[in-house]
Design a protein around this ligand. Structure first.
Ligand code: 5GP
Length: 131
């Protein structure tokens, strides 16, 4: 069965898209830990990130770098933090999180409450900044 993220790539489940190329897709996390929390995934479904072929993984990281550069332009932050867990969704993904301080990357706490309108506006600005 297709993963929830494959369904997002196929347009069967809505998302706030940030960027896309032939191989990779980036979209806002539905439950952001900090503003601009974005997920980068390979379009080809694979569960565990460290099962990804080296050359694909390299291109995925280069794609994530371009997404992070867009986040830096749009969201005031000191850094874009990167995390990989994959405990919830069995489709490899990189969390890219604009941070001011370490606790902005805390996954165990309350998630942000962000309206669909705010997410749509943020995704639009990130898409415009993506190079
Ligand atoms: P992980 O698998 O790395 O533990 O976490 C999965 C992440 O995917 C979580 O941050 C969760 O909020 C996000 N997520 C789960 N389902 C959806 C969805 O349907 N849409 C979006 N945009 N994000 C999702």
């Amino acid at each position: 069965m297709a993963s929830i993220f494959s369904k997002i790539v196929a347009g069967e489940i809505p998302c706030h898209k940030v960027a896309e190329d032939e191989e990779f897709f980036a979209f806002l996390d539905i439950n952001p830990v900090s503003a601009g929390h974005t997920l980068v995934i390979p379009k080809t479904e694979i569960d565990y990130i460290f099962d990804i072929d080296d050359s694909v993984l390299g291109r995925m990281m280069a794609f994530a770098k371009r997404v992070a550069q867009a986040q830096e332009k749009v969201i005031p932050c000191k850094r874009v933090g990167l995390a990989v867990m994959g405990l919830e969704v069995p489709h490899a993904h990189i969390h890219l999180i604009p941070i001011q301080k370490e606790s902005d990357m805390y996954f165990g706490g309350e998630k942000m409450q962000v309206s669909q309108e705010e997410l749509a506006d943020l995704a639009m600005r990130l898409r415009a900044a993506f190079k």
